[in-house]
Design a protein. Structure first.
Length: 237
């Protein structure tokens, strides 16, 4: 998961960044509202965490600008303003949730996961595709109750595929999700990760293929029967 954190307090920003990174998330940070607005428009994030008391711009204005620009990335407001009026205003202006500082780490992580799941159309932590189950809260994978052991990068790719099941994802999207624009390797590494991930899933499921290659575009997660049905049939002489 890729997160944009807009927070001007250095100690608070660092603490939140460490919380999120400990859960395997890729985190970009800025302390300015204008930068948060521009970066939020430019890149594809799973969620934006937005402080309200910023030095150059009110966080509510950042929120309104993003929504006026038709940026529908989920936004979680993190603020020391606990008045009901502030919460109502933030939610009315397009925020998906509102947390007051200080907050508990576990609650923050749980809310981030819940907001992202809802934004992708998944109300629960468990995303099931055929016999495959991905638990985005526990960052684990099972096939009919048996654990599938993946590397961090392999899990990150399967998580993204699961959250956007049925949608073709480009190699650039995978790299953004895994590296967040920092020291990104060449695109061909995505093919290597997908190959290893596909082999592990096929080994765990007795040969079922869950990852369809969309030539010239990327990869998509589907149920094995759907992939098989989409395969071209050989002509009969």
């Amino acid at each position: 998961m890729r997160v944009l954190l807009v927070e001007d307090d250095p100690s608070m920003s660092r603490a939140i960044e460490l919380m999120l990174k400990s859960e395997g998330m890729v985190v970009d940070t800025t302390d300015l509202g204008e930068d948060g607005f521009e970066i939020g428009k430019l890149y594809d994030y799973d969620i934006i965490l937005l402080d309200l008391m910023l030095p150059d711009m009110d966080g509510m204005e950042v929120l309104r600008r993003l929504r006026r620009s038709r940026i529908d990335t989920p936004i979680l407001i993190l603020s020391g303003l606990a008045q009901p009026e502030s919460k109502v205003r933030g939610l009315a202006d397009g925020a998906d949730d509102y947390m007051t500082k200080p907050f508990n780490k576990q609650e923050l992580i749980a809310r981030v996961h819940a907001i992202i799941r809802r934004s992708k159309g998944h109300a629960q932590s468990l995303i099931r595709t055929g016999r495959l189950t991905v638990n985005v809260a526990a960052r684990s994978v099972e096939v009919e109750g048996q654990p599938v052991h993946l590397t961090g990068k392999e899990y990150g790719m399967l998580e993204l595929l699961s959250l956007r099941k049925g949608t073709t994802l480009t190699k650039e999207m995978f790299l953004n999700h895994l590296y967040g624009g920092i020291d990104e390797p060449e695109l061909k590494i995505v093919d290597v990760f997908i190959c290893k991930l596909r082999k592990k899933l096929m080994a765990a499921t007795g040969g079922d293929n869950y990852i369809e290659t969309v030539w010239g575009r990327g990869y998509v997660l589907r149920e094995p029967a759907a992939i098989e049905a989409r395969r071209p049939t050989a002509a009969v002489a």
